[in-house]
Structure formats: structure tokens, C-alpha cells
Design a protein around this ligand. Structure first.
Ligand SMILES: Nc1ncnc2c1ncn2[C@@H]1O[C@H](COP(=O)(O)OP(=O)(O)OP(=O)(O)O)[C@@H](O)[C@H]1O
Length: 294
């Protein structure tokens, strides 16, 4: 496998323990070139620890990681990787342009001149970072992640300080990056954001992968939504696996034979007002997975 064909991220069997607390317990996943992968999970699930192990900032107790076809521990693997940490702070006495030049120099390249414009800071290039709002600092952090024209961008909560327009800008930016073949690993609690931009999702819970797949695999077409009244015990049993219920709306696992189900429900005295394909939200899916995991 050449470096070009290899996935942007390859992680196999990652484990990390802090004293007696197991933070990450056998996590494996890949991020393809040009793919946007969302890392989701509750507080303390191990997302940031996984990201830090990938980037060589935390040493795994076990497991292997490759970035862009090279072992992550090699500094050369990280040259084409942009990273926005969860907690970011830049030298307050430097201007935005100086911060970018510094980071480009550290990466051994020239700064991409378009990057401040891409994060909406073109007119603040010569202002000192100490005078930036939190959201502006986060935008600068994104610019830092992109300044060396990376092939992989790792973003840990990139929009936590941003207003709704800033979030929409970041979504557009991620889609532009994907269009250029840049891979993105996105850790975010903003599930709507993940649902809009990610091709694939890995859900971590208590240090393990609780579920993973493309959005259609996780959400699409495998459920049916029914608006029903008069559902007695026999009809409820006939419905099979109920994944969600909101008053008279029932969401069930997609049965093999929908017309047969409807005929049986009518036969059991149920009034069927509506039947529609169910595509549940990622948030509902996440909650179902996490609750099932308790
Ligand atoms: N440096 C550390 N020392 C001790 N424990 C740590 C350290 N870093 C992380 N942990 C523990 O590892 C677990 C996973 O933490 P991590 O920060 O990876 O979670 P997360 O999924 O990113 O959470 P959040 O969504 O709250 O940011 C937690 O129980 C945390 O307390």
C-alpha cells in the first residue's frame, strides 16, 4: 500500500489507561482520503484521548496508528496534518498574520495567504490576538489548522465558541475541504452539525466504539413511522421492535412485508392514519445507542 492510497487515518486497537481509569479500550477505525468522519460520544467517552493518541500527543498503552500512510509517531507523518485542539490559546502579543506565519514556519512551509479569508478574519490580519473574542480566536485556530495546506485536518470541537453564522461558515469550509480531497476528523457535540457534514460517524462510549457507519447505514431506510390509534397489546406485539414513540406516532424497525403488517394491524382493530419511511435523526439514533449500551 503506497502512502497515497493509504487511508488518512488508520487506528487499530487503541488503548489508554490513566491510573485505574480506562479512558480508551480497544478503539479501531479509519478515515478515508477526502472523507469527513464525525467522532461522537458523551463527555468522558475518550474522544479527545483518541485524537491525542493519533497525533502523538498521548502515548497509547496498546494499539497502532498511521496518518497518511506513516506511523503517527514519525514527525514526518504529521507534516501534512492540521490540528485544532479543544483548548486553544495563541500568543496574545502576536497579530493573527504573525501567528499564522509562525505555524507555517513550524510546519516548514509558506503560509497559505487565503486562509484568513477562509475563516472570515481577512480584515483582522494585523490585529493582536489578545484583543480577539473567543469566537475569533477559534476562527484563528481553524486558520492555523489549515495554514500548511494539510491533507488531513483534525478538529476537536471547532465550533464550540462560534455563533450560528460562524458554524455555518465552518460547515461550508469542511465541505470545501472535502471537495479538495482533504480528510477531516471532526469531534463535535453539535450533532446537527455532524449530521450535515459527515460522511461517516464513529460513536464512542466509555472508551469503546459503540457504533459506526455511514449516515445512511446508521439512520436511513431501516425504519417505518406509523400514525396509529387503537393499538392494543396484540397490535403492539405485531409492531415488533419499537425504536421510538411520540404519542400516536410509532417508529419501528422496517418489517420485511409492510403491506402485510398494515393488513394485520387493521385486522387487530388499529386505525392507520399514516405510514412513512422513517429516517430518524442522528441525535435520536445516538441516544438509542447510548441508552442501549448502559
Ligand atoms: N490527562 C489525564 N489524566 C487523567 N485522566 C484523564 C486525562 N485525560 C483524560 N482522562 C480521562 O479519560 C477519560 C476520557 O477523557 P476524554 O477527554 O478523552 O473524553 P472526551 O470524550 O473527549 O470528553 P468531552 O466530550 O467531555 O471532551 C475521562 O474519564 C477523563 O477523566
Amino acid at each position: 500500500m503506497t502512502a497515497v492510497e493509504s487511508p488518512a487515518v488508520w487506528a487499530d486497537g487503541l488503548r489508554k489507561r490513566y491510573r485505574r481509569r480506562v479512558a480508551v479500550d480497544g478503539v479501531s477505525f479509519t478515515v478515508g482520503r477526502g472523507e469527513v468522519l464525525g467522532l461522537l460520544g458523551p463527555n468522558g467517552a475518550g474522544k479527545t484521548t483518541v485524537i491525542k493518541m493519533l497525533l502523538g500527543l498521548v502515548r497509547p498503552d496498546a494499539g497502532e496508528t498511521m496518518l497518511l500512510g506513516r506511523p503517527s509517531r514519525e514527525p514526518r507523518a504529521r507534516v501534512r496534518v492540521g490540528y485544532l485542539p479543544e483548548l486553544f490559546r495563541y500568543q496574545p502579543w502576536l497579530t493573527a498574520a504573525e501567528v499564522l506565519r509562525l505555524h507555517a514556519r513550524l510546519a516548514g512551509t509558506a503560509a497559505d495567504p487565503e486562509v484568513l479569508g477562509a475563516v472570515g478574519l481577512a480584515d483582522r490580519a494585523d490585529d493582536r490576538v489578545g484583543g480577539f473574542s473567543k469566537g475569533m480566536q477559534q476562527r484563528l485556530g481553524l486558520a492555523v489548522a489549515l495554514v500548511a495546506r494539510p491533507e488531513l485536518v483534525v478538529l476537536d470541537e471547532p465550533t464550540s465558541a462560534l455563533d450560528p453564522i460562524g458554524r455555518a461558515d465552518v460547515r461550508d469550509l469542511l465541505l470545501t475541504l472535502r471537495g479538495r480531497g482533504v480528510a477531516v476528523l471532526l469531534n463535535s457535540h453539535l450533532i446537527g452539525e455532524v449530521e450535515r457534514v459527515c460522511d461517516r460517524v464513529v460513536i464512542l462510549d466509555r472508551g469503546r466504539v459503540a457504533a459506526s457507519g455511514t449516515l445512511p447505514e446508521l439512520l436511513g431506510g431501516r425504519e417505518l413511522r406509523l400514525h396509529l390509534d387503537g393499538v392494543g397489546d396484540a397490535a403492539a406485539t405485531r409492531l415488533g421492535t419499537v425504536t421510538a414513540r411520540d404519542g400516536d406516532w410509532w417508529t419501528i424497525a422496517l418489517p420485511d412485508d409492510v403491506p402485510a403488517l398494515i393488513a394485520d394491524l387493521v385486522g387487530l382493530g388499529v386505525r392507520v392514519h399514516a405510514v412513512e419511511p422513517g429516517r430518524i435523526s442522528l441525535e435520536d439514533r445516538l441516544l438509542t445507542i447510548l441508552r442501549g449500551n448502559r
